[in-house]
Design a binder for this molecule. Structure first.
Ligand code: AMP
Ligand code: MG
Length: 491
């Protein structure tokens, strides 16, 4: 039933990882399985055997052909550098080739203490496992590059966090788990040979279009390409109000996928300074800071790759600096494209940025729900019947009242009917997002053994752009007594 392993990372030099066999768990139970993803990965579901699957996804049995390893990486966490982090509780079984011919990592997260665990227990509580399951799959169906969730297993063991919690293992799928921190691991050791080996592996795997680039430009182009993908990714996050929460360099992927869903959350009422993570006391990773932090992370990546850019260090710094400074422009273009789509603007005009910023200001002052505002604007594109419901989303509506006619004037220059524009907007502006209070309710019920709310939320979030009759309640922001202001990594 398990597809054949390809094993690429495990064939890199020994210092890239530590061999590690998942630690046995007491009483594993499969609580979620992503059949659709399993199929695309080449699992033979006609031979699906729940017991066998449970053994694999708990780590109790290593599937044939896998060579489990813990990957080495470093990272800047909240600005401070740790030269050795690595997979402290995750194990890479290996890669498989999916139906589209792409290599995909299969990783178990929460698989026990590894040589990188330091003080940690190597385990994951059920709550964060299900949170990552829900949020990563929600991101995927919204078309935002992300790691995916293949399975969740409870271990039958308790893990100690703020309180004892049920333990779980998440099976995660990624186009790779290579991070900015992977480059930093070798860069900080001045192991230039390893940095080059890693860069070559990354090019072959994620940026094969660079294989033909002359060597003197190839690695700088790699930096540019990674930066481009990451800029697009963060622009997409901004477009759905997603706040990652821990944009450390070890949580920034080289492939441009969203990775390591910790205390992440979706913003409800629009406030650029929104922070959810309980450990982000200075708001380093606030919504509005995400692009700036990404640029900072790209500068750290450039530092780690520096010797590859030019044999002359000064020249290498100049070349890298130029690329990283180009981030602002790359990101601005990516963001504008995302926001234009959200407002139904298909033909770029000069005044678009000003128009978008005016809407943001109206939402901020009016404390309007980010998701519902854009969704309802889709209705307003059809005509004025939708206006009352839009205005009702604002505590103060002077700003939005002033803004609406400006937008309509702009829409009039689109060569499309109101209905067409509405359709386009509804295809990019979700009606359903994983709202914190709903996610928390689903996780609390699951911790008590009731997975029904998790299943319901999973079903709803599988169709974020479609109206789902009878499920209107899931479109709503938290009532004041339900609101979740703090999220925890729970690691
Ligand atoms: P994170 O904050 O989850 O991105 O993890 C940061 C670092 O801490 C990584 O090296 C993880 O492998 C490690 N880590 C997180 N949780 C645990 C845990 N429960 N046991 C061991 N290591 C952990
Ligand atoms: Mg991490």
């Amino acid at each position: 039933m398990f597809p054949t392993f390809t094993l690429r990372y495990a064939r890199l030099p020994d210092r890239f990882f530590e061999p590690f066999t998942p630690v046995h768990v007491e009483k594993p139970e499969l609580v979620a399985f992503n059949r659709e993803l399993a199929e695309t990965l080449g699992f033979d579901l006609s031979a699906f055997n729940e017991q066998e699957a449970t053994e694999w996804f708990s780590g109790n049995e290593v599937p044939e052909g896998a060579e489990p390893i813990a990957q080495a990486y470093a990272g800047h966490q909240f600005g401070g550098f740790s030269p050795r982090l690595g997979d402290g509780r995750a194990v890479l079984l290996g890669e498989v080739t999916d139906r589209d011919g792409r290599l995909r990592d299969i990783q178990l997260k929460g698989a026990g203490r590894t040589p990188f665990s330091r003080g940690g227990d190597g385990r994951a509580p059920l709550g964060p496992v299900l949170r990552e399951y829900l949020l990563s799959e929600a991101m995927h169906v919204m078309g935002i590059p992300t790691t995916r969730a293949l399975a969740a297993v409870t271990t039958g063991e308790r893990v100690m966090r703020r309180m004892p919690e049920p333990g779980a293992v998440l099976t995660r799928v990624a186009s790779s788990h290579i991070r900015v921190g992977t480059f930093q691991y070798f860069g900080s050791r001045h192991d230039v040979e390893a940095v080059r080996t890693l860069a070559d592996h990354v090019i072959e795997r994620h940026y094969p279009e660079l294989l033909d680039t002359p060597e003197q430009d190839r690695y700088l182009d790699l930096l540019k390409a990674i930066q481009q993908r990451q800029a697009q990714l963060v622009a997409r996050w901004m477009g759905v109000g997603f706040i990652h929460g821990v944009m450390n360099t070890d949580n920034t992927s080289i492939s441009g996928e969203t990775i390591d869903f910790g205390p992440c959350a979706f913003m409800e009422r629009y406030d650029p300074g929104t922070v959810f993570s309980s450990i982000d006391t200075n708001g380093r990773y606030a919504y509005v800071n995400q692009p700036v932090i990404l640029q900072w992370n790209m500068a750290r990546l450039a530092e780690a790759m520096l010797p590859l850019f030019d044999s002359d260090e000064q020249r290498a710094i100049e070349r890298a600096t130029e690329v990283v400074q180009g981030f602002a422009e790359t990101y601005a273009a990516a963001w504008l494209a995302v926001m234009r789509d959200k407002l139904g603007l298909s033909q770029p005009e000069d005044g678009d940025q000003v128009l978008i910023e005016a809407l943001q200001e109206a939402m901020r002052v009016g404390r309007a729900d980010f998701t519902l505002t854009f969704r309802q604007l889709g209705e307003c594109a059809r005509g004025e019947d939708g206006d009352a419901a839009l205005l009702a989303l604002f505590e103060q509506d002077a700003g939005i009242r002033e803004w609406l006619p400006r937008w309509r004037e702009r829409l009039a220059r689109e060569q499309a009917s109101g209905d067409e524009i509405a359709r386009r907007m509804h295809a990019v502006n979700p009606l359903y997002i994983p709202r914190n209070h709903q996610v928390e309710q689903a996780l609390s019920a699951a911790a008590e053994g009731d997975f029904a709310p998790f299943e319901t939320l999973r079903e709803i979030l599988a169709h974020p752009f479609d109206e789902q009759p009878g499920r209107e309640a899931w479109t709503l922001p938290a009532a004041p007594d339900e609101a979740v202001f703090r999220t925890f990594c729970g690691t």
